[in-house]
Design a protein around this ligand. Structure first.
Ligand SMILES: [Cu+2]
Length: 212
């Protein structure tokens, strides 16, 4: 193993919002537009947690996308926390190590192939994600560590809570495309796409997916 670099940025994850650590559903984009609530369930009707739901509308603005959660994926208790993170295309994600043991990070995923060498407690590293898609993270030392970063180009995106729900706010009325991604989803690229009509008010949509 090569030596650690001297970069010694303090981990800032103590400030991570509770909702992010809990993996809770987070409302995105307040003010105006429709509120679309999506529940993702499996073939048995059971809620699917940490599914990423994206709505694409041709009427959406093209300004920068800002999600209310931190662009951070910590390593804590030999796990990536949160296990699934949604980021806007072009985001730089911080990877603070909150453990006493050292971790590395690697990804063989097409949108972001990279490797970050071993680094220790209270150190952090960053990586930027310019390409949309799903990135699966691992650690060379701890085989069980898995993390997922979903890089998206729509502001109407989020991940489901433990009840399978996510609410996307501010969606323009009209035709849109609904994408659901989950690492165990049984379909190409682990995602499904369907046409979706936003009716201008608040609406709830239940979506059944087939998991491995
Ligand atoms: Cu590790």
């Amino acid at each position: 193993m090569r030596t650690l670099s001297d970069l010694r940025l303090r981990a800032c994850v103590a400030a991570l919002p509770l909702a992010m650590l809990a993996g809770g559903a987070i409302a995105v984009q307040a003010a105006g537009g429709a509120s679309v609530r999506v529940q993702v369930v499996d073939a048995n009707g059971l809620p699917v947690r940490d599914a990423v739901v994206e709505l694409h509308s041709s009427k959406a603005g093209s300004g920068p996308i800002r999600f209310p959660w931190k662009m951070g994926m910590a390593q804590r208790n030999q796990q990536f926390v949160p296990g699934t993170l949604v980021v806007a295309r072009g985001s730089t994600v911080a990877f603070p190590n909150l453990d006493t043991v050292r971790h590395s990070i690697y990804s063989f995923s097409k949108p972001a192939r990279f490797e970050i060498e071993l680094y220790g407690r209270d150190q952090t590293r960053t990586h930027t994600f310019p390409i949309t898609g799903s990135v699966k993270l691992g650690c060379n030392i701890h085989d069980q560590m898995r993390g997922y970063i979903r890089v998206t180009d729509t502001p109407f995106a989020g991940k489901t809570d433990h009840n399978g729900y996510v609410t996307l706010e501010g969606m323009p009325a009209g035709a849109s495309r609904l994408t659901v991604w989950h690492p165990q989803l049984r379909s190409p690229a682990n995602e499904t796409k369907s046409a979706f009509s936003v009716n201008g008010a608040s609406q709830t949509h239940k979506l059944k997916v087939d998991l491995r």
